[in-house]
Design a protein. Sequence first.
Length: 617
Amino acid sequence: MRNALTLLVFFLAFSTTIHAQLPTEIDCGYRLEITAIDKKVKGKLLQQEGVHSHLTQVVWSNAKTGEILGNNSDLSYELPEAGTYTFKVSYQTVLPSGGLGCSSQLEQELVVLEPGCYQAFPGIGNTFCPSVFAPVCGCNGITYPNECEASAAGVFTWWAGECGTQPANCGTTDFSFQVLQGSPSIGYWVRFKNQAAGDFTHIQLDFGDSSQIFLASDWNSRVHHYPVGGIYRATLTAWNINQPGCVSSVTKTFVTDALSLATASLPASTDYVLPGDANGDGKANAYDLLYLSKGYGQSGSPRPEASSDWAPQYAPNWLLETQDGINYKHFDGNGDGAVNESDQQPLEMHYQPLGSYSPMPPAPNTPQIYVQFDQDTLYIDPNDPLSLQITANVLLGTPNQPVENLRGIACALKYPEFVAHDPSMHYDSSFLGNYSSVLHMGRDYHAQHQFDLAVSQKTNTGASGYGKLAEIAFRADYIIIIDIIDREASQILPFVIPVESIKALDASGQFLPISTPIEVDTLWIKVNTTTTSTSAAAAEKTIRLSPNPASHNILLETGSLDVRQIRIHNSLGQVVLTQVPSGKDQTLLDLTTLEPGIYQLQLDTPFGILRKKLVKG
């Protein structure tokens, strides 16, 4: 099979335009357009804009031999063999009045190359190729490190993978092409013939000009129009969806005509896939989960020689790409031809933390993401030195500023240095959808005291409103906490979780602006030193506020606790609302006069002042 492939006929013609005129000649208002398609030479004399004269006495000839080739304004001539030819056209013009205009002659050289597996392309001897090992097998039987190296060697046909590794158990791929007709002014028509042989369920052809890829279960030939002449790489890929690993891909470089070979540059190599890097930024992190979910359920050609190694891998293009130009093949982390949960594994395997940068500052009409603790104060008992677990909720939006049409969000939570490794995340299904309808991940990077999280819908339905995205449990060692508090001599330690590096997408895949509040919620860690403080800690656990955040009214539940007075303080410590309890165990608080923000609720009790955080949305 391989020996037969090396005999495939390929033709390239090189041309250089020479506008050399004799000193006695003048510009008579016509320009020469001549090129070769295979061995067929096509030439034209084209009238320049504003010229009204007519052609007469046109003579096309072989400048070297003097052979007359034609006498019309258009030339069509079949070359006998490969070689170097110089074509000359002489002509005269006649004015509209009938008087003699002028005479001129133009020449152009065409070099017709012999057919073969490879030919040296003009001007690529100094081609710079990246040191990427994504091997291809050239039609000459030599394995090249990547497409670029094969192209730089003049090879015009190659198969994905090292020579001898193509999946002969399910078949082989190949195709032929023929430039049918065309010219620089109208473009070129090329016929492709499918020569794949084997047990394939899908066969696709990428024409190499960014047009729609053609995909069918089986086909014989396809004619494609290239509006602009040039050098193109077409790729045929065939695979069997029922047989893992059955995929073969062949790429051929071709030129539409001789003139394009002289003026056009080589096309860029196919962009490689890094397993886990769905957005093509060279990293695998939480942002990639958003793109992975964007392509969830889509399918395309599997990746030949696919692996989960963190190395650039050749992959044929898929039919779809995002509005920002990312081909859906990048979402297929494991290279099996389908985007689903299994593609999250390479992402997790090669994970890198999100870069630490500040969130977007609060802005009018911008939803916010923030962390809120379950309690205001955490009391620790020196006589019961157990590890501490601190629970916090990651919330998005408020009643007054909900999120509109959210598909997914990724961000980084920055935690204090005394937090232990690997905080745990539990996805909450109340907002974006149930557990099975989303992709989610949480990843700790303890060296930066950072926990990255991402949640995104598998469908593009979008979610609007506000609510909890996830619950995060942080653990800290009792001894470390005591040591910090003793060192500060304050008997109290603040615990804050600012949110950074936020990126969100709406249902259509566009970026959605999300900011953070000015005030970050704080949990105060205190050491119990008296029985009173222990009783106060127990009493504080009986206080509940719902809903919290609230937009209008909030219900305060105090159980059997004797509350004498209720006060609400703003962030500056000013009292903005005072109220006497209206019931034995619960009181409805009217928040309509308060501005959105974080407030502190203070209750006057026999145990002293107890505090609870209140959020007005």
